[in-house]
Design a protein. Structure first.
Length: 97
């Protein structure tokens, strides 16, 4: 569900914070996809070390951290880091399931 919330609600979130530019939303979504696609390449190595349950826990934990950064920290840098974390967490948890 988180992966569908990001593209549909992120522009409204940024607009409420005073950053209504489509460039801001597009950049955050680009970070989400870039980090998700890049860090999923580490899946095989992580899976060997921490197993399937560990990957799922790590993925959902990283997604939760990213959403917490979006909700609790009011700076654009934290929002981009949060979007990257959501992308990485989604990629790992999706790949494991």
């Amino acid at each position: 569900m988180c992966i569908f919330v990001m593209p549909t609600q992120l522009s409204f979130f940024f607009g409420t914070a005073g950053y209504s530019s489509p460039v801001m939303t597009g950049s955050a979504l680009g970070m989400l996809k870039l980090f998700g696609g890049s860090l999923v390449l580490l899946y095989g190595q992580l899976q060997r070390v921490i197993g399937y349950a560990g990957i799922l826990a790590l993925g959902y934990g990283v997604m939760a951290l990213g959403l917490a950064l979006l909700a609790l920290v009011g700076t654009p840098l934290a929002w981009f880091v949060g979007a990257a974390a959501v992308g990485a967490g989604y990629a790992w948890s999706r790949r494991a399931s």
